[in-house]
Ligand binder design. Structure first.
Ligand SMILES: [Zn+2]
Ligand SMILES: [Zn+2]
Length: 220
C-alpha cells in the first residue's frame, strides 16, 4: 500500500500518483499548486512507491509459491509412511513362503552355561501358521555341538537386533540373566561377537556372518 501524500493547498490526503491531477483539477489557479505541479512533472523519480508496488506483488507471489511447494513436500513426508506396506514390519511379522525375500542374513549364536553348550532349539519362530522373520531351521546345525544358525529373512532391508530374536524365542537373555542362569560377582554374564567382548546384548545390531556367544555361570 503506497503511502498517501497531503495536498499542500487544501491538506486533503491523496495518492502520490494522483497529486498532480488533484492540484490541476481542484486548485487550477493556486500559485503553490502550480509550483508543486511543475516540480512533480519535472521529477522522473516522483511517486516511486507506486512504481515499486508491482515488484512487491511479484515477490509475494514468489514467496507464496515457495510456501506452497514446502507445504506439499512436508505433506508428502508426513503421509509417505502410511503408503509403506512394511510400516508395521517387525521380527514377529510372518513371512510368506511365496514372497520374495531380498534381505536374508545368517548369524551364528551360542549359549554356554558354565562350560556346557546350551542347545538352541530348532524351529524357533516357525509354526504351521507363521514363519517369523527371525527364525531357526531344523537341519542346518547340531544343537548339542554347534552354534545355532539364526536366519533373518525380510522383504525389505531393515535393522534387526539380537533382542528381536530373544523376543521371538520368548527367553530372557540380558547382562544379568541368561535363561535360568543369573549373573553373580564371581560369574558375570559375558558376550562376544567374533571373539570380541561387548555389552550390547539385546541391542546388538545383527549383521551377516556374526558369531555371537553368550556365557553365564563360568567363573572368571
Ligand atoms: Zn537363511
Ligand atoms: Zn529361513
Amino acid at each position: 500500500m503506497p503511502a498517501l501524500e497531503r495536498c499542500p493547498v487544501c491538506d486533503v490526503t491523496v495518492k502520490p500518483e494522483n497529486l498532480a491531477r488533484h492540484l490541476q483539477s481542484i486548485h487550477p489557479r493556486d500559485a503553490t499548486a502550480r509550483e508543486v505541479r511543475g516540480r512533480i512533472e519535472s521529477d522522473v523519480n516522483y511517486a516511486p512507491r507506486s512504481r515499486t508496488a508491482p515488484a512487491i506483488r511479484v515477490r509475494k507471489a514468489y514467496i507464496a509459491a515457495i510456501l506452497a511447494v514446502a507445504l506439499l513436500a512436508s505433506g508428502a513426508v508426513v503421509l509417505a509412511p502410511y503408503f509403506d506396506p512394511y510400516r508395521t514390519l517387525t521380527a514377529d511379522s510372518c513371512i510368506s513362503p511365496t514372497q520374495p525375500i531380498p534381505y536374508h542374513i545368517h548369524v551364528l549364536f551360542s549359549i554356554f552355561i558354565g562350560a556346557t553348550r546350551e542347545p538352541v532349539p530348532y524351529n524357533i519362530g516357525i509354526t504351521p501358521a507363521c514363519n517369523k522373520l527371525i527364525h531357526t531351521h531344523d537341519s542346518d546345525y547340531n544343537p548339542s555341538t554347534q552354534p545355532a544358525v539364526l536366519h533373518v529373512e525380510s522383504p525389505i532391508a531393515r535393522t534387526f537386533v539380537l533382542g528381536d530374536f530373544f523376543r521371538v524365542w520368548g527367553v530372557v537373555i540380558t547382562e544379568t540373566q541368561v535363561l535360568g542362569c543369573r549373573a553373580s560377582p564371581l560369574t558375570p554374564v559375558l558376550m562376544t561377537v567374533d571373539d570380541v567382548g561387548t555389552t550390547a546384548f539385546g541391542a546388538l545390531v545383527l549383521a551377516d556372518g556374526q558369531d555371537i556367544v553368550v556365557f553365564c555361570g563360568a567363573a572368571l
